[in-house]
Ligand binder design. Structure first.
Ligand code: ZN
Length: 130
């Protein structure tokens, strides 16, 4: 069973550490934005959301398997989370933010973590010229 999502959980820390080491500066858990995004890069008007696969209903992901007991309860709960995510994302986009979602399963091992982070930072190559 997935643990309850708290701020400053491990995958978030790893992503922050990586970004910081590459020279990115960011804000954490920005309360003034919808959904209190995990990581905000103000300079790039970009929001990075790190989604736990279970709580945010990652499609076709083993980590998002609904428990057999209380199935209806979990389904409903996760459905609501997904709807809220969708709403938050479209509000952010309407406010002019670029939204990047990282699923926790992509951060589990080093290889896929690196691949994911390279893909993200590729969008911001200009940082090296600043
Ligand atoms: Zn997943």
């Amino acid at each position: 069973m997935a643990s309850i999502r708290a701020t400053g959980t491990k995958p978030e820390l790893a992503v922050r550490k990586f970004l910081f080491s590459k020279g990115y500066r960011f804000r954490k858990n920005v309360k003034s934005l919808p959904g209190k995004p995990d990581i905000v890069l103000p300079k790039y008007k970009t929001v990075i959301l790190i989604h736990g696969c279970f709580w945010h209903g990652h499609k076709n992901c083993v980590a998002a398997t609904i428990p057999k007991s209380n199935k209806a309860y979990w389904k409903n709960k996760i459905q609501k989370n997904m709807e809220r995510d969708k709403r938050n994302k479209s509000t952010l986009k309407n406010l002019g933010w670029k939204v990047i979602t990282i699923w926790e399963c992509k951060l589990k091992n080093k290889q896929s973590f690196d691949r994911t982070m390279v893909k993200i930072t590729e969008n911001y190559k200009d940082i090296h010229r600043v």
